[in-house]
Design a protein around this ligand. Structure first.
Ligand SMILES: [Zn+2]
Ligand SMILES: [Zn+2]
Length: 600
């Protein structure tokens, strides 16, 4: 279901115009709006009123002297009179100033800000701002046709005025570098950018290891894709990362940059998307908004430079999706037809290698930004049921006397039992509702290689759990036989500091079969909720380490890049007493990259 929707654009935005010989020109707006009207899916009633953005909002993202420079260089002839000064602010070449530039940019930011205000305040469910998503603009510099970073301004205002958590998804062919930079250390804003790899395309950034700075580590996510990636590869990357990330991050609002310059016909990128793919992406975003953001969604138009065949159609498909309007069937069928040509091209040589590279990227990103338990609940498409590595033993029950009262510890709990228990509202590792959290536990228990150990009150309320999992294929230790991963240790907020986590872990590894196994856990601060703990990085690491040591784990040195990435990160392992020496040696050799050796 879609609630009330609006489109934030009118002819005033045609003023954002670098001229007829420039890819970003007034013709984009005219072409897009006229098609929407011709298709009968846009009325005057659909338009959201907006004014130029206020100084106070712009200054959340841009420096005052930069904004002053924009005004100065908006006067005709100003840049020609002082080219060195104009260049200092990036106002040269592709970003050459045009008369009225500052006011036009301010208007774009006003449209996006009004859109997000309306959605955050609950007046509207979804808003589409087609001439918006100027995602490259930096704090003190115009970059890539982007003078003011309207999306960053709107998000900054939203997180200041409402304190909402924002998930920003950027589908433009180019990396959303300016938005990422604006919130690089902000834990309330999670930015995800899918783009053609910066090895070949402007702006050159957007690598996998650009993860953010404390306290926002893990909240900057990048999926750099190979040139010529088509619908299938792009959608696979989206599915593998974006929705599970939303589940883990628990956003209040979704803001998207739906640049269509990844279309095969676009002159400025080498991606190979079709309108069918762009429509499929819009559908996924819409579903994600309703599943994870209570329906709140602002979409911006972003880039896209084929003004005849691509931009108007992409906007129409996006607006139709967001507003629930139906485009004339003939029209849509005709547009989607062009997919056929592409299929033939997709079989070009090199496609296999491209696919493999993209898969490696996707796996690396999942490992970095998705907690292991989230990966189990949102598995990679095509993953088989696993090798059945978890040995069998009879279900057990134990006890732990916590300061909050007695607890029952239980392993091998079947999904049917977990679904009958309640979940303490203080547990919310990666979903909003306690009832959903229970479903997550049940789904892990249903996995052939997932094991959930719970601590619940005598009344049947789960206050803590440990998940033991098979590592995801493609990770460093995944191919080592007899190795499992502790994917989650969680205790409800009101039950912490009572030894529950240590008791649960100790109970979890007690059964005799664990003496034949190696257990590992990667404590990545952003997976394990350092943000909520109120502890310093070193104190947090100490607590985590103590919890694991109680259960017989030891902290080990490794060159896994993500362990070194943050001072709170920790790698621990427990090698069972009956693990054969050769396997133990193989495990040790894997702690350092390049030391691999396949051993059975
Ligand atoms: Zn909707
Ligand atoms: Zn772009």
């Amino acid at each position: 279901m879609s609630g009330a929707c609006a489109l934030a654009a009118d002819e005033r935005l045609a003023a954002y115009d670098f001229g007829p010989d420039h890819p970003f020109q007034a013709g984009r707006l005219a072409a897009g709006m006229s098609l929407l009207r011709a298709a009968g899916v846009l009325d005057d009633d659909d338009l959201l009123a907006f004014e130029p953005a206020a100084d106070a909002d712009l200054e959340l993202v841009h420096d005052r002297d930069y904004l002053d420079a924009l005004t100065r260089f908006s006067a005709p002839g100003a840049a020609a009179a002082d080219p060195a000064e104009a260049a200092r602010w990036g106002l040269v070449g592709d970003n050459r100033p045009f008369p009225g530039m500052a006011e036009a940019a301010r208007l774009v930011a006003g449209a996006t800000t009004a859109a997000l205000d309306a959605v955050a305040g609950g007046a509207l469910a979804h808003v589409f701002a087609p001439v918006a998503g100027l995602h490259h603009a930096q704090r003190r510099r115009a970059v890539g046709f982007c003078v003011v970073n309207d999306v960053a301004v709107a998000i900054a205002r939203c997180t200041t005025a409402w304190p909402l958590r924002v998930l920003y998804v950027d589908l433009d062919a180019h990396h959303g570098d300016g938005v990422q930079a604006a919130f690089y250390d902000d834990p309330r804003v999670c930015t995800v950018s899918l783009h053609e790899t910066g090895r070949y395309l402007f702006p050159g950034s957007g690598e996998v290891h650009e993860l953010g700075r404390p306290p926002g580590v893990g909240r900057s996510v990048n999926l750099p894709l190979e040139p010529r990636t088509g619908d299938d590869g792009f959608l696979a990357a989206f599915d593998a990362v974006v929705e599970p990330l939303a589940a883990a991050f628990r956003p209040d609002v979704l803001v998207t940059q739906n640049g269509c310059d990844g279309h095969a016909d676009d002159p400025l990128s080498d991606l190979d998307l079709s309108l069918r793919g762009l429509r499929a992406l819009a559908r996924r975003l819409h579903r994600l908004a309703h599943r994870h953001c209570q329906g709140r969604w602002v979409a911006t138009g972003g880039g896209g430079y084929d003004l005849d065949r691509v931009v108007p159609r992409a906007w129409a498909l996006l607006w139709a999706e967001l507003s629930g309007r139906r485009l004339p069937a003939r029209m849509t069928a005709d547009w989607l037809e062009s997919r056929r040509r592409q299929r033939r091209r997709a079989a070009a040589p090199g496609s296999r290698e491209r696919e493999e590279r993209n898969q490696r990227t996707v796996r690396a990103v999942r490992r970095l930004v998705l907690p292991p338990a989230v990966r189990v609940v949102y598995p990679l498409a095509g993953r088989d049921g696993g090798a059945g590595r978890l040995p069998a033993w009879e279900p057990r029950a134990g006890e732990h006397l916590a300061p909050g009262g007695p607890l029952v510890l239980r392993d091998r709990s079947p999904a049917s039992l977990l679904r009958r228990l309640e979940v303490d509202p203080g547990i919310h590792a990666f979903v909003r509702e306690a009832a959903q959290e229970r479903e997550v536990l049940a789904r892990i228990a249903e996995e052939p290689n997932g094991e959930v150990v719970v601590a619940h009150t005598p009344e049947g309320v789960v206050v803590g759990y440990v998940a033991v999992l098979d590592p995801e294929p493609g990770t460093r230790f995944a191919s080592l036989p007899g190795l499992l991963e502790v994917g989650a240790v969680e205790v409800a907020a009101g039950w912490r500091r009572g030894g529950v986590a240590g008791a649960l872990l100790r109970f979890a590894v007690e059964p005799d079969p664990f003496e034949d196994l190696i257990l590992i856990a990667s404590g990545l601060a952003w997976h394990w909720d350092l943000e909520q703990s109120g502890l310093s990085a070193t104190a947090y690491r100490r607590v985590l380490r103590r919890v694991f040591e109680v259960a017989g784990f030891e902290a080990l040195e490794t060159d896994e890049p993500e362990i070194a990435y943050h001072p709170a990160n920790l790698f621990v392992a427990r090698v069972g007493s009956r693990v054969p020496p050769a396997r133990r040696a193989a495990f040790t050799s894997r702690l350092v990259r390049g030391g691999h050796r396949e051993v059975r």
